[in-house]
Design a protein. Structure first.
Ligand SMILES: O=C(O)C(=O)C[C@]1(C(=O)O)C=C[C@@H](O)C=C1
Length: 163
């Protein structure tokens, strides 16, 4: 069997980050908090750029990749809010604490910055796209995401391969 790809943790952590979108969507559902929170996005981007720099990775690349992660998160949140608008009986009945969810997102962000740094050579290689596609298929097989999360996972990874 082939050696496990260093891109696999990147795909797994991206899927874990997307799973938090369900919690964020539930936290914001029925409140005045909009899905788009530019101040929080800036905080996330500044933080991952600083963490990347600290471990000798490219901070601008971290910003680029996490912009995609955030866009993907919003795809899931918007999709769920639309779904719950049409099917109110399926809307969540308990509201997670957004600050607690953000602490979880922060932890995943740190792990993802590290996984991206480890996979720098693989991300620069011509084999990145097929390797990443395989990693996504493996995550898909292991986690059985719904179509919304599948689409969003692809969106979250668009800048991971450097060429
Ligand atoms: O923390 C939030 O409020 C989120 O919705 C999560 C998140 C993210 O992916 O980090 C996504 C959209 C917001 O604009 C800010 C941040």
């Amino acid at each position: 069997a082939a050696a496990p790809s260093s891109l696999r943790p990147v795909a797994i952590l991206s899927a874990e980050r997307l799973a938090t979108a369900d919690l964020v969507a539930a936290a914001k559902w029925g409140t005045d908090s909009p899905i788009d929170d530019p101040a929080r996005e800036q905080q996330v981007l500044d933080s991952v750029a600083a963490q990347a720099e600290q471990i000798g990775a490219d901070p601008d690349e971290a910003r680029r990749i996490f912009r995609d992660q955030i866009e993907a998160n919003k795809i899931v949140q918007r999709g769920l809010h639309r779904w719950w608008t049409v099917h109110p009986e399926q809307a969540p009945t308990t509201k997670p604490d957004l600050n607690v969810v953000r602490q979880k997102i922060n932890r995943i962000n740190t792990e993802l910055v590290q996984a991206l740094a480890v996979s720098t050579p693989q991300r620069a290689a011509p084999s990145c796209r097929p390797e990443l596609a395989l990693a996504v298929l493996q995550v898909h097989r292991d986690t059985h995401p719904d179509p919304l999360h599948t689409v969003a996972l692809a969106r979250s990874l668009t800048s991971v391969c450097e060429s």
